[in-house]
Ligand binder design. Structure first.
Ligand SMILES: [Zn+2]
Length: 145
């Protein structure tokens, strides 16, 4: 089952380093920080994206081959960023309009993989920039970002 072990999966490894996007400090203990995304911004993005798609359709009216004109390409709305914050920078962790994750529940790569699998089930997830958060996390943990 596991090539280097007889009965159990590999140990998850050391705790990940998470850094606050506001102050830049690494967060310790991890329970003193969280990652969040603002649901109101997701809703605004969804509306802006629907309007942008309508403009693309309008620009392609009567064409057999659909293209995105350059001005519309530059004008495409940006999916919503996840932010990492320490409680010193924002004592009101999360809040009613945010989806938030306490970082002590995302302490290892397997934890982050589990969160990713969980979030992939949310219809709004593709309207966020989780990939950028993963790249930040890779960078904070010594990988190329
Ligand atoms: Zn901070």
């Amino acid at each position: 089952m596991y090539p280097d072990s007889t009965t159990s999966p590999p140990a998850p490894g050391p705790s990940l380093v998470w850094c606050c996007h506001s102050c830049g400090n690494s967060i310790s203990p991890l329970s003193a920080g969280y990652s969040q995304v603002d649901r109101r911004k997701i809703h605004a993005y969804e509306k802006a994206f629907a309007e942008w798609e309508r403009r693309v359709d309008e620009a392609n009216a009567g064409r057999r081959l659909q293209v995105i004109p350059g001005d519309l390409l530059l004008d495409a709305p940006m999916p919503v960023a996840w932010t990492v914050t320490c409680k010193a920078c924002d004592p009101a962790a999360g809040g009613g309009n945010h989806y938030w994750i306490s970082l002590d529940r995302a302490a290892t790569w397997p934890d982050v993989a589990e969160w990713t699998a969980h979030l992939l089930g949310k219809t709004w997830f593709v309207h966020t920039r989780w990939s950028q958060l993963l790249r930040d996390l890779i960078g904070w943990n010594g990988g190329a970002a």
